[in-house]
Design a protein around this ligand. Structure first.
Ligand code: FES
Length: 577
């Protein structure tokens, strides 16, 4: 075959489309994996970003899913090449998977950029894997299709279908209060994680996978299909076909899809789902990758105009399987249509409005109507004030309404070790009206902004029947957690934020309807305290940890590295020739 016969417009043609020594080397390099000269006749090459890992069992089925993506690519006349990246198993990665989200994003980005592919299919599920992939792929800007892991199938215990995260948190509280014992723990340990697939409540993974539909990057209706359902394999093949078509058409690429309007659609869905606060951080980071101006105020504004529709744990009753049966994300988006930008392109080339046309909620106990919502405003709120000049967030759908306006004295924990050592001390000076404060848990202080924001209720208050208190920290919270937890306080204490200045007994005022979080201490006294502050000792002196500490931004900027945001002078394609 001569070079004229090969499709020079494809990116992969730079590797395979020349008759010189370089083309010879590139083509012959792929013969050991079974490719033959016919495969280099101008067919699109589709990369499959694989986040399978035994350390991330939520993604354990992705090797099988990848085979079906490959099938779809081949059926559509393309060539699929799978490549591994690091993977992030939420429950096993220490100190927290979030510390490595940006590392995985860089791995995904540079893998896509360095190799000969014309489009990419992202296989992501467990909490941080999909955000990392979205960020990396958005920065390269090749045509991109998202295939998510789908939710795990629930087992039951004690007559209740288990949600992987929420029911583990509830068990922990029951053990600490003496309401559950070792036999409950053993039975739950065997039952709580059942099949591959991500957590099956509207936690962090379920929220970002659902939001990837509203962002237009995952095909409509794909994210809620259970991990172990044959529809997921059929969807994987369909994603393969789609990727080949996009490669031939040259798009649409993420930069065409991820407009400000699309981010507003995604935030609207997030609020109506009562989704995870972690999604705020990821969307802010993703917006930075594509140069869309997005801030916490956008979340506050959209939350105020978006009713809570979904009845899903942890803020409601049902699981992801129920959302899928009730019509899934398309039914949610169809319900939200008056609040959405519908005339925006998605990965299929059709508009979001076309994608969800005809979708309908089939079970109003799972998806409420816009006329009769579960709550008049969204599930998340943003607060600012003297304790959080850069803002903080609270998942109101999982909070106690009576605590959303509250004034109480601070009980301060210096870090998570101090918290573990003292929280159940019978001598701890704490009352139900106290405000529990945890610092040194933010992006730099954690480091990695661990999910420590649902501080445990002190055992002596649990024994008195207290089930919720106001808690304030610079940490994140698992999307499956619940309670009146003010999170993501920015700037964080390790960066010198006012959280570092709080002392036991200081009055803290939370007023969610007014959007306020204030520390009622005389500013002159706070300045005196600031003069006594000593900068924390850096946890890392070398390696990735040192790079992270030097470059991570605060939570109101999405915790991305400062050098990874879209650069105004960067060309469209900066890969090596
Ligand atoms: Fe992987 Fe929850 S542990 S999604």
């Amino acid at each position: 075959m001569s070079s004229q016969d090969r499709d020079r417009t494809l990116r992969s043609g730079r590797w395979f489309g020349t008759d010189d020594l370089s083309g010879f080397a590139h083509r012959s390099t792929l013969t050991p994996i079974g490719l033959s000269p016919e495969h280099f006749d101008g067919r699109p090459f589709v990369g499959i970003a694989q986040s399978w890992s035994d350390f991330a069992p939520c993604n354990a089925h992705f090797r099988q899913v990848a085979e079906h993506v490959k099938r779809g690519v081949a059926e559509a006349g393309g060539v699929a090449l799978e490549f591994p990246t690091i993977s992030l198993g939420e429950n096993l990665a220490k100190p927290t998977a979030m510390l490595f989200r940006n590392l995985m994003a860089m791995d995904v980005e540079e893998s896509i950029r360095m190799y000969p592919m014309d489009a990419v299919v992202l296989l992501g599920g467990c909490d941080k894997t999909l955000p990392a992939q979205l960020m990396g792929a958005a920065s390269v800007d090749l045509p991109t299709v998202v295939v998510t892991a789908g939710p795990t199938s629930p087992r039951s215990y004690g007559g209740r279908r288990l949600g992987g995260g929420t029911d583990a948190w509830k068990l922990a509280e029951r053990v600490r209060s003496g309401a559950a014992d070792g036999s409950d723990v053993a039975a739950m340990e065997a039952a709580i994680m059942s099949t591959p697939g991500h957590c099956n409540e509207m936690g962090s993974a379920s929220t970002i996978t659902a939001v990837s539909e509203a962002l237009g990057l995952a095909p409509a209706g794909s994210s809620t299909v259970p991990a172990m359902d044959g529809r997921r394999l059929a969807g994987a093949a369909a994603a393969g076909w789609l990727a080949v078509r996009m490669a031939r058409d040259g798009g649409p690429q993420p930069s065409r899809i991820l407009s400000r309007e699309m981010f507003e659609n995604a935030i609207t869905l997030l609020m109506a789902l009562g989704g995870s606060t972690n999604t705020i951080v990821h969307l802010l980071a993703l917006a930075g990758r594509v140069g869309v101006e997005l801030g916490l105020d956008d979340f506050a504004r959209i939350s105020a105009r978006t009713p809570l529709l979904a009845n899903l744990r942890p803020s409601g009753e049902f699981l992801l399987q129920d959302l899928d049966a009730a019509g899934g994300v398309p039914a949610m988006l169809a319900e939200l249509a008056p609040l959405l930008h519908l005339d925006v392109p998605t990965v299929t080339g059709r508009t979001l409005g076309e994608e969800v046309a005809g979708a309908k909620a089939t079970d109003r106990s799972v998806i409420a109507s816009l006329d009769e919502p579960r709550a008049p405003t969204g599930g998340l709120a943003v607060v600012h004030g003297s304790l959080a000049p850069g803002g903080a967030v609270i998942k109101t759908s999982a909070a106690s309404p009576e605590l959303c306006v509250h004034r109480g004295p601070a009980v301060v924990f210096e870090n998570v070790r101090d918290l573990a050592a003292r929280i159940d001390d019978p001598e701890l000076d704490v009352e139900p009206s106290s405000v529990l404060v945890l610092r040194n848990s933010g992006p730099k202080g954690g480091p990695g902004m661990p999910e420590w924001g649902m501080l445990p209720i002190p055992a002596k208050l649990l024994a008195r029947g207290v089930t919720d208190m106001v808690r304030v920290s610079d940490a994140r919270m698992s999307g499956t957690a619940f309670g009146t937890n003010v999170l993501h306080v920015a700037p964080e204490s390790a960066a010198g934020g006012p959280l570092a200045l709080v002392r036991d007994g200081d009055p803290i005022v939370l007023d969610v309807p007014a959007g306020r979080l204030d520390l009622e201490v005389d500013p002159a006294e706070l300045e005196r305290r600031r003069a006594e502050l000593r900068p924390p000792t850096p946890r890392y002196r070398r390696g990735y940890g040192a790079l992270y500490l030097r470059h991570v931004q605060q939570s109101d900027k999405g915790c991305d590295f400062d050098f990874l945001a879209k650069h105004p002078e960067e060309g469209p394609d900066n890969e090596a020739e």
